[in-house]
Ligand binder design. Sequence first.
Ligand SMILES: *Cc1c(COP(=O)(O)O)cnc(C)c1O
Length: 537
Amino acid sequence: MKVAYFTMEIGLSENLPTYSGGLGILAGDHVKSSADLGVPLVAVTLLYKRGYFVQNLTPDGDQLELYPLFDPRAFMEPLPLKIRLNLYGRTVAVGVWKHNYKGMKSSVPVYFLDTDLSDNTEEDRLITQYLYGGDDHTRITQEAVLGIAGPQVLKRLGEKVSTYHMNEGHAAFLTLHLLNELGDIDAVRNLCVFTTHTPVPAGHDTFSYDLAREALGDFLPANIKELAGTDKLNMTLLALNLSRHANGVSELHGQVSREMFPGYDIGHVTNGVHHLTWTGPEFKNLFDQFMPHWREYPEVLATAHRIPDELLVQAKLKAKRRLINYVNSFTNAGLSEEFLTVVFARRAAAYKRATLFFSDMERLLNLSKVRVQFIFAGKAHPKDGAGKELIKEIIHEGMRYEGRLKLVYLENYAMWLGALLTAGSDIWLNNPRRPREASGTSGMKVCFNGGINMSVQDGWWREICRHRGNGWAIGDDEDTPDEETSQDFYDVLEDAVNTYYVNQAKWINIMKNSIAECCPYFNTHRMVKEYAEKFYL
Ligand SMILES: *Cc1c(COP(=O)(O)O)cnc(C)c1O
């Protein structure tokens, strides 16, 4: 019997453009750790042949979105199988591709659903073409393909499923499919578990009932409003009502979710990262040498203090050199491997507050004098005008203080660049508006590469941070206004710069604590085991 993991996006490698950010990469890491641990899992997702988008930036800081066509044949095989769905009163054919992810103990098949088939109209061929493109109409259609065709694919392939795991509400139509099949709410609830990732009400997918009826017709049960909300069809409510377990992705996010959806029993499983994917070659070597069982048991990294200081410093320098070489060759920025390197890389969304950074230019320029350099990266969603303005603002600040502030904005933040940045950074900066970062995972990657987090106490970081012990905390364990956070941020950054240049022993100690305290827990081996023990069995 298997766990079927349903996800709207999946980031398995930079070779597959089927992810946009954290949610997808988490799904990929979930699959990888399951395969390493031998957890019997299959995954179902969509094949976006034009992916999310490739980001180019003009010299003036405008984001250009390119959608090159992806050829999947080197990474997956088409299966001789088609599901026919009734959508908008017409038939849409859904094809399936299989990618087999081989882990240390077992393989996990990942099924990619695809409507780009000659049976379909030109319009329907585009249903699965773009990730998070289009409007509500496209979105509900994609979610129908995932949630309604998905379980039928598994059945036709003979996969015996004992648990359906919905990664976010996008897949919640599968509960209605099961309800049609089994005719009994309790039977459906017994089969389903649900992970929510969204800490704000507006982030949860909702559709008008008019649109839902138009798209899905009598697939919707008569009591749909009891299951999914009276005003709109809320995918999160639907999933909550038809799951035997529900969880948020960090302790704080679990709390926030319970407040958002009172009356539901929502726990938490804090996210992790797949350590074998996100540890760069330099630290892989180091860990192999001093903690050889870390690949199978990342918890042994708790003994990171046995790594000799010189080797740790050398490994970090080597990883940083890879990053600096890349940046210099693309941007002419003349960054130095000797400078303290602060990286801010994440989705360009307003709540991530990238521009807090510039609120006191004098203090920032003073820091720049003492050899600090800053690297930014991140895509804005094509429809997020405010996000695009943020990118532009950062690039313009860089130009305005050219020569006085070492700052670059790199294009096309994606898995490959994410790995390079998390491996090469000394400090990984994160100042979201609390509690908007449900968990965050990029800072965990940093720990596996001897980097140090400097972050607001949100998501995963508030569960482990010890200020000036294993990294830096910006602010206390509470929600604070922007001005307060920005003052704290400069204080903390000045302290870190001082530590880096004046007290190397202390810096190395923080590096080691970051590895020893964060890595044993914030990995997907621990996370998948937790899901298996709490939710799958
Ligand atoms: C790890 C990673 C993310 C997730 O990062 P957070 O900002 O911590 O949510 C997003 N995008 C890429 C490319 C990543 O590698």
